[in-house]
Design a protein around this ligand. Structure first.
Ligand code: ADP
Ligand code: MN
Ligand code: MN
Ligand code: MN
Length: 337
């Protein structure tokens, strides 16, 4: 029987791209091939020369439709040259992944996000003073007062597992209506593919609940946690001894690198990296063991074992995982080469 392939891509919306998708019906046994779309409707081309190309790069089972149906994440290409479109960040990431493959880089990315319904975070009061009780009981909470949206989170986790994504956990976050899932450990390009696919499934499943899943970095101003995408990283060398752990922190904190990384860590990092709410101020760089107020945290267990990984706490929830993984791989591996 014919089956459905959902072609998915990342658009050109500035400053935070959106995900787009459309359905292709394929004959029984046919492979998903090159396709195209109207780039003038996605901020990727002018109307006078609107065609953009979709090239499949990562495919998995479609857990929403089930059966033989699949999800197909695509590169966006320019038709005349079949070169990566300016909005395509995967191609540069893939080149760096290949260059430093001998380091066997692993990533674990912690995607925080916030559910919104009717213009306010899910679970927030719909009348009276708008704000719920202050932060405290919500992180890893349980109960109808502490939690909002768990049914969506459970459906999303099941979908990620059925799709074969490298999801490694979930938790309720510090602000009511805010959650996290983790992808990893996965390689430099794989972590981005799985992260984007997991985001697509989150948006798609929340849609069925009439809820918007937002990756805004500071969804509510004031004394409420922002949403980050802590990025855990190791190379083969870091998983074997401690000196490469320190060398990685020093490489990321080197002159010029701090600014370069921040520029690729997501829109509005100045609003989130204030020095409060478990962040380091964006203007300073420091690393430390167990320090959730540092730019980079070395987990306690890693210091104890004398090997393992580091956590860059600066990437925003709205970061592009291809850009973050490219920057960290390039910076750490080139310094160790
Ligand atoms: P936190 O304590 O900061 O909340 P999490 O448990 O949410 O940490 O996320 C940690 C992530 O780090 C997970 O995705 C996990 O797969 C990943 N991870 C574990 N070991 C490594 C490693 N050696 N290299 C890279 N990532 C790792
Ligand atoms: Mn976490
Ligand atoms: Mn978190
Ligand atoms: Mn973390």
């Amino acid at each position: 029987m014919a089956y459905r392939a959902e072609y998915i891509w990342i658009d050109g919306t500035d400053p935070v791209p959106l995900m787009r998708s459309k359905t292709k019906i394929l004959a029984d046994g046919a492979e998903p091939g090159i396709w195209g779309f109207d780039g003038s409707s996605t901020n990727q081309a002018p109307g006078s020369n609107s065609d953009c190309v979709l090239r499949p790069v990562f495919t998995c089972p479609d857990p929403i439709r089930g059966g033989d149906d699949i999800l197909v994440l695509c590169d966006v290409l320019i038709p005349e040259t079949m070169e990566p479109h300016p909005t395509n960040t995967r191609a540069a990431c893939a080149a760096v992944a290949e260059k430093y493959a001998s380091f066997d880089p692993w990533f674990g990315m912690e995607q925080e996000y916030t559910f919104f319904k009717e213009g306010r975070p899910l679970g927030w009061p719909t009348e009276g003073y708008y704000y719920p009780a202050p932060q405290g009981p919500y992180y890893c909470g349980v109960g109808a007062v502490e939690i909002a949206g768990r049914d969506i989170v459970e459906a999303h986790t099941t979908a990620c597992l059925e799709a074969g994504l490298a999801i490694s956990g979930t938790n309720a976050e510090v602000m009511l209506g805010q959650w996290e899932y983790q992808i990893g450990p996965a390689g430099t390009i794989e972590v981005g593919d799985h992260m984007w696919m997991a985001r697509f499934l989150l948006y798609r499943i929340a849609e069925d609940f009439g809820v918007n899943a937002s990756i805004s970095a500071k969804p509510i101003k004031g004394d409420w946690n922002g949403a980050g995408c802590h990025t855990n990283f190791s190379t083969k060398q870091m998983r074997e001894s401690y000196d490469p752990i320190i060398a990685a922190c020093e490489a990321i904190g080197a002159e010029g690198k701090v600014e370069e990384h921040l520029a690729g860590y997501g829109h509005g990092y100045e609003d989130r990296l204030t020095g409060l709410h478990e962040t380091a101020h964006f203007s300073e760089f420091r690393y430390g063991v167990s320090d959730r107020g540092a730019s980079i945290r070395i987990p306690w267990q890693v210091a104890q074992d004398g090997k393992g990984y580091i956590e860059d706490r600066r990437p925003n929830a709205n970061c592009d995982p291809y850009v973050v993984a490219r920057l960290i791989t390039e910076t750490v591996c080139s310094a160790a080469s």
